[in-house]
Ligand binder design. Structure first.
Ligand code: CP
Ligand code: NVA
Length: 310
């Protein structure tokens, strides 16, 4: 049976193994640069990348990563397929499955993501939808692991909009035994089903998942502070209203004072300095955002190997 990665939950049985493989491949890549022979476990495989929204990191990291694994990646942009408009999601899934070994899909809706996966005979990897961003979460936790040398028992704090990135992080933290506190305005809390699932997993893993309104209370004792844009792709019409509502949730030095002295700052990027994060924090000594962006590639290589050798 094929293996899709639509949610972080689709990695529930081997998430830490995927992170370990990513770290191993990252190390091997650096050694290869010093003259070692590269391994090409995906030689002859083709990844079709369907995008309904723009991207820098997802597109380039999948394309370069697939090349490093010996395979190829094809970019299929919104104007080429017009998925669900020019052609039904199921027909696109059936046709692409005849050409490519795996589909990476960046979608507006999780419903279309699941529909594509249902009709594709090849694995589908979620490159972000309105509910989750699982590849981002794998890269985020790989970064935390590199910087802190462990995950279980650490305190993750997410401040801002309870969006796709936050939802995936809740599941990722629960699976790895990390405590997570989220501070959001009350109408912008994370997805209720995902929160309940994360809390259920956390109870078994001996860690705690909490959602608060006060960012200062949330950041107390943080090992990691995470934020994301207040205006996700597709929410542009709400920009003015959101920027006003979320202003008390800006991650700046005053807020970060409440964190542990050696906290790290993460952001999936693209970032908006002066809005969700101040320049002093994102460009300061605690920031690991570019390691995090690099880790998209290493984490996704491990994910691709996991689904394509299934
Ligand atoms: N973080 C992230 O997914 O970036 P892109 O939108 O540029 O792919
Ligand atoms: N929450 C953001 C993430 C961008 C990578 C969005 O969905 O636009």
């Amino acid at each position: 049976m094929k293996r899709d990665i639509i949610s972080v939950l689709d990695m529930k049985d081997d998430f830490e193994q995927i992170l370990a493989n990513a770290a191993k491949m990252k190390k091997e890549l650096k050694e290869h640069k010093k003259g070692q022979k590269p391994q090409e476990p995906l030689k002859g495989k083709v990844l079709g990348m369907v995008f309904e929204k723009p991207s820098l990191r997802t597109r380039i990291s999948f394309e370069v990563g697939m090349g490093q694994l010996g395979g190829k990646a094809l970019y299929i942009g919104p104007d080429e397929v017009s998925i669900g408009k020019r052609e039904s999601v199921s027909d696109v899934a059936n046709v692409l499955s005849r050409y490519v070994s795996c589909i990476m899909y960046r979608a507006f809706s999780n419903q279309n993501m699941r529909e594509l996966a249902k009709h594709a005979s090849v694995p589908v990897v979620n490159g972000l939808d309105d509910i989750e961003h699982p590849c981002q979460c794998a890269a985020d936790l790989l970064t935390v692991l590199e910087k802190k040398k462990k995950l279980a028992g650490l305190q993750m704090v997410y401040v801002g909009d309870g969006n796709n990135v936050c939802n995936s992080l809740l599941l990722g933290c629960a699976l790895t035994g990390m405590n997570m506190r989220v501070a959001t305005p009350k109408d912008h809390r994370p997805n209720a089903d995902i929160l309940a699932k994360a809390q259920e997993i956390a109870a078994k893993k001996n860690c705690k998942i909490e959602v608060l309104s006060n960012p200062f209370q949330a950041v107390e004792g943080a090992d990691v502070i995470y934020t994301d844009t207040w205006v996700s792709m597709g929410q542009e019409s709400e920009k003015a209203e959101r920027e006003k509502l979320f202003l008390p949730y800006q991650v700046n030095d005053k807020l970060a004072e409440k964190a542990n002295k050696d906290y790290i700052f993460l952001h999936c990027l693209p970032a908006h300095r002066g809005l969700e994060v101040s320049a002093e924090v994102i460009d300061g000594p605690h920031s690991a955002v570019f390691d995090e962006a690099e880790n998209r590639m290493h984490a996704q290589k491990a994910i691709l190997v996991a689904v394509l050798s299934h």
